[in-house]
Ligand binder design. Structure first.
Ligand code: GRF
Length: 238
């Protein structure tokens, strides 16, 4: 029986932890090339901590208030990641900007999920801003983390339609579903070395042989298409 070589991943969260949950779910599969080494939160009482702990994943809180500076805080997080022997860092709703030395140390090995189709709508409150801008397509992006916020090389994106009558909450819920499909897929590609950061860009290799749709899966995860209400979409598409 061949065993999959697994990369150890540390997940950083600040809150709810639903993307973290999607990564934990994916890692249950023996064929998935990731082992979740631990979950670190900067927020005491983050709901995600309870979810991870209930599943037997080591959790710890490293709060900003317990450290004299941003550098000291990120230094403590870095030490905790080293203690976990993690090789990849996955930001999953981690709401604090990381310092440049920390980001540079982990560059190419740290990824983030953002609830918009980058480079549009960097920053917070993406769903409200997408509605205000009148976009008909919205979505989510997994990207390598670089010192500039939400600016690193894109690994994968999922688009969702903006429906007539959407408010920020209904749109957020549709995007979140897409996030939960996209993040495990993108993390897998990074763990397998099939998506690498090189010269400020994402370089892909070896995709076609083992993903259902080759590189199409980087922009349109399959199950999502079936969940979209095509009749409603047809009414807004000329
Ligand atoms: C997600 O929308 C993610 O894209 C953004 O923060 C939110 C975190 O949600 N970075 P959760 O904690 O994963 O449920």
């Amino acid at each position: 029986m061949s065993t999959v070589s697994k990369k150890r991943v540390a997940i950083l969260i600040s809150g709810r932890g639903s993307n973290m949950g999607a990564l934990l779910d994916a890692a249950v599969d023996p064929a998935y090339p990731i082992e979740i080494a631990g979950v670190i939160s900067d927020t005491p009482g983050a709901a995600g901590l309870g979810i991870a702990a209930a599943r037997g994943v080591p959790v710890q809180v490293i709060a900003r208030a317990d450290h004299a500076s941003k550098d000291a805080h990120d230094g403590a997080i870095d030490a905790a990641i080293a203690e976990l022997n993690a090789e990849i860092v996955a930001l999953a709703g981690y709401m604090r900007l990381l310092t440049t030395p920390f980001v540079e140390k982990w560059q190419g090995r740290m990824i983030n999920i953002h609830p918009a189709l980058l480079p549009s709508f960097k920053g917070l409150d993406t769903h409200r801003r997408a509605l205000e801008a009148g976009t008909r397509l919205h979505g989510c992006t997994v990207h390598f983390v670089t010192p500039q916020m939400d600016d690193g090389p894109i690994i994968a994106q999922a688009a969702v339609p903006v429906m007539i009558g959407d408010d920020a909450d209904t749109l957020a819920a549709r995007v979140l579903k897409a996030e939960h499909g996209l993040y495990p897929m993108a993390l897998k590609l990074v763990a397998e070395g099939k998506a690498r950061m090189q010269g400020g860009r994402t370089v892909f290799s070896g995709l076609a042989e083992d993903t259902a749709n080759g590189d199409a899966s980087l922009s349109a995860p399959g199950p999502l298409r079936e969940e979209i209400d095509l009749e409603q979409l047809a009414r807004i598409t000329p």
